[in-house]
Write a protein of this length. Structure first.
Ligand SMILES: [Zn+2]
Length: 343
């Protein structure tokens, strides 16, 4: 009898040891500041979105009420898949390396970056299309088309980003639409699958803002060591009474660099408008506004509103792709001037 007990005990000990080993064999890791589930999994060589559900099941009760990671906590990673190695971003999803966003984001027609100058060598930009994911931004109707602000923000953001690269800048495109490049079209098709550096954009308004701010601040921690000149630029189109023509205006963060850059940009826009539309006049202006994004971003930051989406005249500058390109060109000139004037 005693012997039997001893046998049972040995077997139990064996089972216990085996199960301990299999638990220990699971990879565990802690998130870094600003990590989302996607970036966390991707950094550890897991596949997203395929491994997300397994991750959530393995870590029940360890995520916060919004399903986000908590800093300082250790998480169990789902097992690595066969044939998946630690090289991230296998699909069409764009991620950003320290050298900036891959130009393939601009689409086949625009993925070449012909060098125009080295005027912006040593400058780094975070380019952000306002809104995205569940939030289309302002909506306007033209003919039979329902147009979303995000699509035009994104197109101008891409054009600006590409221009900056052509002058030697390093550019991170923060909000991305998979497989949608620069579009030479008037009515841009709507998408809801925008990402923040490959990560889906959450539902809640505050969660959305926090996600992009965290993503940029995380990059900035790394980039500020290597770049003296860094600017975050967010593109928007305003929405007001259809009769109001507002041209262009900017909000800047509450610091000297953001203020100076927005002044230089406005001066450049004024000069270009005078040159190209002398009869029209220009009513752009700049101001400071206590917006979450501008307040929380660590790099100097400027938010540009490209006109009134509801006003027919303002809208023409946005719907015509040549005009979108012109605006991107003028902003590029302004940023070159600002970079040159920065000691
Ligand atoms: Zn907006």
């Amino acid at each position: 009898m005693k012997l039997l007990y001893r046998h049972i005990f040995t077997v139990l000990l064996f089972i216990f040891a085996i199960s301990t080993i299999s638990v220990m064999a699971q990879d565990r890791a802690q998130p870094i500041d600003g990590d989302g589930v996607y970036s966390f999994l991707r950094r550890h060589g897991r596949e997203v979105p395929r491994d997300v559900r397994a991750f959530r099941e393995l870590n029940q009760g360890r995520l916060n009420s919004r399903g986000e990671l908590i800093l300082g906590r250790t998480y169990i990673l789902p097992p690595l898949r066969e044939g998946v190695n630690s090289s991230p971003s296998t699909s069409s999803q764009q991620t950003t390396t320290s050298r900036g966003t891959n130009p393939s984001i601009f689409g086949r027609q625009y993925s070449e970056i012909p060098s125009q100058s080295s005027n912006l060598r040593g400058a780094l930009f975070y380019i952000i299309a306002g809104h995205g994911g569940p939030d289309p931004g302002a909506i306007t109707r033209v003919g039979g088309h329902t147009l979303h602000e995000i699509e035009y923000n994104y197109d101008i953001a891409l054009r600006l980003a590409r221009n900056l690269m052509m002058h030697g800048a390093t550019v991170h495109i923060i909000i991305q639409t998979p497989n949608v490049g620069i579009r030479d079209e008037r009515f841009l098709r709507n998408h809801r699958n925008q990402t923040c550096l490959g990560e889906p954009i959450p539902r809640g308004q505050m969660d959305r803002l926090r996600q992009r701010v965290n993503a940029i601040n995380r990059l900035y921690e790394r980039d500020k060591v290597n770049y003296n000149y860094i600017r975050a630029i967010e593109i928007h189109i305003d929405s007001r009474n259809p009769r109001t023509q507002i041209d262009l205006f900017m909000y800047h963060a509450d610091d000297v660099k953001s203020r100076r850059t927005s002044r230089t940009l406005l001066r450049e826009m004024e000069a270009q408008y005078k040159r190209h539309q002398p009869n029209r006049g220009f009513h752009g202006h700049i101001g400071h506004r206590n917006l979450y994004i501008l307040r929380e971003l660590k790099p100097p930051a400027i938010m540009i509103e490209m006109g009134n989406f509801q006003n027919a005249l303002d809208r023409e500058r946005i719907l015509n792709h040549n005009n979108r390109q012109a605006v991107a060109n003028w902003l590029t000139n302004g940023l070159i001037a600002d970079f040159k004037n920065t000691p």
